[in-house]
Design a protein around this ligand. Structure first.
Ligand SMILES: C[S@@+](CC[C@H](N)C(=O)[O-])C[C@H]1O[C@@H](n2cnc3c(N)ncnc32)[C@H](O)[C@@H]1O
Length: 333
């Protein structure tokens, strides 16, 4: 939810909390509009501050169940400290990366679910806390890890990687045309004995290195997005979670994913297309008949925020929500 979509804190309603994006559409997509699935089991794989979780619980029946996941210990602590959530027997939360969702669900005694939600990117509290190092708008340590208990911070990466690797990360994941200039400046600073350790230092480097200015876009936006996606292996996490979803969703179970930039949405879109289209080998006439296609998903909808959604929550403007339904093809017993 940052990157080219980072919204100035002044435009956010109440900074300490996260305003959930496409809330109704996501919950409708998960539970369907009838009451039939109210007693199902659901996963909110990106708890954040629980906007979607609370809306799901409000629609669940008494026999329903919601397992929430988040890799950020602060998000998990927030859920555990919330008396309403902690006291709800239908709710549980697990500290884990969502790529490990099958293991997390097994730990909760769950083998099949009726819906899984992925609301991708970072949350407002992550972005707004300078100590987390996600934002170029306020100075802080250049960390950027969603789970600071493991992995390498952005500063540590910039301190050890060579110039070509830094440029590749910023170009590939930030889609920054001036990635090579940013990388050169980062390495020059390091060689002068002043490695980049703070968000303010990286923002200043980007401001000097990135020459073209897209309207309304801070010159550091793409550099920060690139590093954040790399440090958190966000695209690999997403690919692994989508694959895992195929194994845990029950027939008729819903996959709902909200992406905030083209790299995320491209992965979700390609995955749903791959799993929902018949595979035809055009070189072999009749191959479709000879080889049953997987068709493990049925594409249901693509939803974009309305003008009213965007007016109410400016972070929603780049959001794309996709809904797909698991078929019964290829499910292990
Ligand atoms: C956009 S926020 C979700 C906001 C939430 N839907 C709400 O209404 O408050 C994304 C959350 O997902 C978490 N997250 C991102 N990638 C993750 C991953 N690979 N595994 C687990 N959690 C992840 C982040 O730590 C963050 O808390």
């Amino acid at each position: 939810m940052s990157g080219p979509d980072e919204t100035p804190p002044s435009a956010l309603a109440s900074p300490p909390l996260h305003t959930a994006v496409l809330l109704e559409a996501a919950v409708d997509g998960l539970l369907g509009e009838g009451a039939a699935r109210r007693d199902g089991t659901y996963v909110d794989a990106t708890f954040g501050r629980g906007g979607h979780s609370r809306a799901i619980l409000a629609r669940l029946g008494t026999a329903g169940r919601l397992v929430a996941l988040d890799r950020d210990p602060e998000a998990v602590a927030h859920a555990r400290a919330d008396a309403q959530l902690a006291g709800d027997p239908r709710f549980s939360i697990v500290h884990t990366a969502f790529s490990e969702l099958a293991t997390a669900l097994r730990g909760e005694g769950v083998t099949r679910v009726d819906g899984l939600l992925l609301d991708l990117g970072v949350s407002s509290p992550q972005l707004d806390d300078p100590a987390r190092g996600f934002s170029f708008r306020s100075d802080g340590p250049l960390d950027m890890r969603m789970d600071p208990t493991c992995g390498e911070s952005a500063a540590d990466f910039l301190a050890r990687a060579d110039e070509a690797e830094i440029a590749r990360v910023i170009r590939t994941y930030g889609e920054e045309r001036f990635a090579a200039r940013v990388a050169r400046a980062v390495v020059a600073r390091r060689e002068a004995g002043r490695p980049v350790a703070r968000t303010g230092e990286l923002a200043a480097i980007a401001a000097a290195a990135v020459k073209t200015r897209e309207k309304g876009l801070n010159p550091a936006t793409r550099t920060f997005q690139g590093l954040r996606i790399f440090v958190n292996a966000e695209l690999e996490e997403l690919e692994r979670a989508l694959e895992a979803a195929l194994d845990v969703l029950a027939p008729g179970g819903r996959l709902v994913a909200i992406g905030f930039h083209s790299l995320e949405d491209r992965i979700v879109k390609a995955f749903i297309a791959r799993e929902s289209r018949e595979v035809v080998d055009r070189r072999v006439p009749g191959s479709l008949l000879a080889t049953p296609a997987p068709l493990r998903l049925r594409s249901i909808a693509r939803v974009r925020p309305s003008e009213a959604d965007i007016a109410a929550n400016p972070r929603a403007r780049s959001a794309v929500l996709r809904i797909a339904e698991r078929t019964d093809v290829g499910l292990a017993a």
